[in-house]
Design a protein around this ligand. Structure first.
Ligand SMILES: [Zn+2]
Length: 296
């Protein structure tokens, strides 16, 4: 693992070059190193800087925890995780069907392919993009999905997708402006863009501070609030139409955060914190949120 880091000069949301120190966070899952979060003085957007160069980022995903959670149905937490995941997959599918006629769906960062497979079985014409080689191979062998590496994004036909989804992906993407341009190009004019990201305005984020698991440095490069998403996509041809909660994320993130904070597993504390976070979330302060965007 190389040590050369790069700093963000201009805020990708408002272009200001003024910033202040926000938090020092630890990479608890892979490198155990500390990384700094900076806050833009212009708009308040928070990002990880300095950060590893793009070519070095892959090394920070080399942990079995990151290759997605195991499919072995052992232990109560694992069984609960499976049950929640299956329910969440059904809910995602219903949410999309309620808003868009069946057609072509692209999932960027599709991991091992569970969401794509759910949509395929529901009658969607699906394909996936996944930078991780092991996850890509698993998606192909488990579900016979068409999954390609990130470079393939550039070869997708313009205005060919009815739905593009990025479930917890945008916070990992180094070039936000370039990615939004690609999305704009390949999405149909009446298509639906789904962007799910953690929300640093949530109660659990504020409660756990630097131990909040969804800072997840240095893999999470950007730490969005709802206003950041609107300010980033708005001038680039998209409008946020709806914000939907991801109600299980507060529990999951709190479970990891409790471990980072106290050094031990605390299911009761995590459950309590997740519940408090959801009960205070209002319209757009959920731990993680789904932004539904359309072209202007
Ligand atoms: Zn800014």
């Amino acid at each position: 693992m190389k040590n050369q880091l790069i700093s963000i000069q201009n805020c990708p949301v408002c272009n200001s070059d003024q910033k202040t120190h926000f938090l020092s966070c630890t990479d608890y899952t892979v490198s155990k190193k500390n990384f700094e979060l900076q806050q833009c003085s212009g708009c308040g957007f928070v990002y990880t800087s300095p950060r590893p160069q793009n070519s070095d980022l892959g090394a920070f995903y080399e942990s079995d925890e990151y290759i997605s959670h195991s499919n072995t149905k052992k232990g109560i937490v694992s069984r609960l995780y499976q049950a929640v995941r299956n329910r969440t997959l059904r809910e995602k599918c219903e949410m999309i069907n309620a808003r868009q006629k069946k057609g072509a769906l692209l999932d960027i960062g599709c991991g091992t392919g569970e969401f794509l497979n759910t949509m395929k079985l529901d009658g969607w014409n699906v394909r996936g993009i996944e930078p991780g080689e092991r996850a890509r191979a698993a998606a192909k062998s488990n579900y016979q999905l068409d999954v390609q590496p990130e470079e393939a994004l550039k070869s997708i036909a313009p205005a060919s997708m009815d739905v593009i989804s990025m479930w917890h992906v945008l916070e990992h993407v180094p070039d936000l402006h370039g990615r939004i341009e690609e999305l704009k190009s390949i999405l149909k004019q009446d298509g639906l863009l789904i962007v799910a990201v953690p929300n640093r305005n949530s109660h659990d984020a504020q409660h756990y501070g630097k131990h909040w698991a969804a800072y997840d440095v240095p893999r999470h490069l950007w730490h969005f609030r709802p206003d950041d998403i609107r300010a980033l996509f708005g001038p680039r041809g998209f409008e946020v139409k709806e914000i939907l909660p991801m109600k299980f994320d507060s529990y999951y993130v709190s479970m990891l955060s409790e471990k980072y904070l106290t050094g031990s597993v605390n299911y009761f504390g995590a459950f309590r914190r997740g519940w408090i976070s959801n009960s205070r979330a209002g319209k757009e302060a959920w731990s993680s949120q789904i932004y539904l965007l359309r072209k202007k």
